[in-house]
Design a binder for this molecule. Structure first.
Ligand SMILES: [Fe+2]
Length: 334
């Protein structure tokens, strides 16, 4: 780059651009603002405002090894609004058309909005959209257990960051096992779904990129260890969850392998946890173990269930049987 003006422009762009994910433009008919890429070390517009997003365009960008794309910081909201409108429209038409396709679209749109919520957890409009959409999705999924396994497979393929995909996967397993237990009425399901889906929102205190590192720094580790409490602080008075559901969020790491500070055995003399807390915590553990992380491969289901056996089989034998039965059914074709 010889021209000093180009150099100035590039420097100024480096300050004004903010990274976005390809997933944020995949399904758009047209982009609401210029999309930039890093082309041979220079920031250039790779899709112009109102440009169509063909699969061929994305393929071309990826084949040119343009891994990271950006928008101007001032346009970040435009993209967010388009995606949120998409989430509203999928929510409204959830039961119309191909239900498995709708479920996939919904899981992706919710996960994108989860990302926006993690970027801005005190934003009431984003939280309320997430709550409303998740509520609508909860009964849809609860009543269609046959969709769960294919949806799980499709969702994994989308490659969302694990911090954002983990809440959905653990919640899918959670409502699946509640369905199988036949202990609950439909009216309970919305609240359980929301409780499980929002339980990790306190993790938004740590920037998502930090979770790619195997070893978090001490400050982040402390924040991570306190994320159930941070989730409560974020949700208090803002999410429609009664106190006993908030209590489940507070206790959802009774088997935490994240902090090693608490185990079930440290606490077993003090209290007996309710069925829902046990199930939510176990489903979270299994979901985390059987999915990959940037720093490790996924564990097998067999390994995950063995961990669950050690954690709960003695104290909660019926629950353990139910969990094993649930996962055997879920993955029966593998
Ligand atoms: Fe958690």
């Amino acid at each position: 780059m010889k021209n000093p003006f180009d150099l100035l422009e590039q420097n100024s762009l480096a300050f004004k651009l903010t990274p976005i994910s390809y997933r944020e433009i995949f399904h758009l008919v047209e982009v609401p603002c210029d999309i930039y890429g890093n082309v041979d070390g220079l920031f250039k517009v790779v899709i112009h405002k109102r440009g169509e997003v063909h699969a061929a365009i994305i393929k071309d960008l990826i084949s040119r090894k343009i891994k990271n794309i950006f928008v101007l910081e001032e346009n970040r909201n435009l993209l967010r609004e388009v995606q949120q409108e998409h989430l509203r429209s999928v929510t409204r038409s959830l039961s119309i058309g191909d239900t498995s396709e709708k479920a996939k679209q919904m899981a992706n749109a919710l996960t994108l909005n989860m990302g926006y919520l993690y970027e801005d957890p005190t934003n009431d409009a984003i939280l309320s959209l997430q709550v409303q959409s998740a509520k609508n999705f909860s009964l849809f999924l609860y009543n269609k257990p046959q969709l769960h396994e294919p949806l799980y497979k499709e969702f994994i393929k989308q490659g969302h960051h694990y911090v954002l995909s983990q809440p959905f996967i653990s919640t899918l397993f959670f409502i699946g096992v509640l369905k199988q237990s036949r202990l609950y009425a439909e009216k309970d399901i919305e609240l359980f779904f929301l409780t499980s889906y929002l339980k990790d929102i306190g993790m938004s205190a740590i920037p998502v990129e930090k979770f790619n590192e195997e070893e978090l720094d001490e400050g982040s580790k402390k924040l991570l260890a306190s994320h159930p409490q941070l989730s409560l602080n974020i949700l208090k008075g803002r999410a429609p969850l009664p106190p006993n559901y908030m209590k489940i969020i507070e206790n959802h790491h009774i088997f935490s392998t994240l902090t090693n500070e608490k185990t079930l055995h440290d606490k077993e003399d003090e209290m007996i946890y309710g069925f829902e807390t046990i199930m939510m915590a176990v489903m979270d553990t299994v979901a985390a173990m059987i999915t990959p992380r940037p720093f490790r491969k996924p564990h097998t289901l067999f390994n995950a269930l063995d961990v669950v056996r050690v954690l709960i089989a003695e104290q909660y034998p019926q629950e353990f049987k139910l969990i094993v039965h649930y996962f055997r059914n879920f993955f029966k074709e593998q």
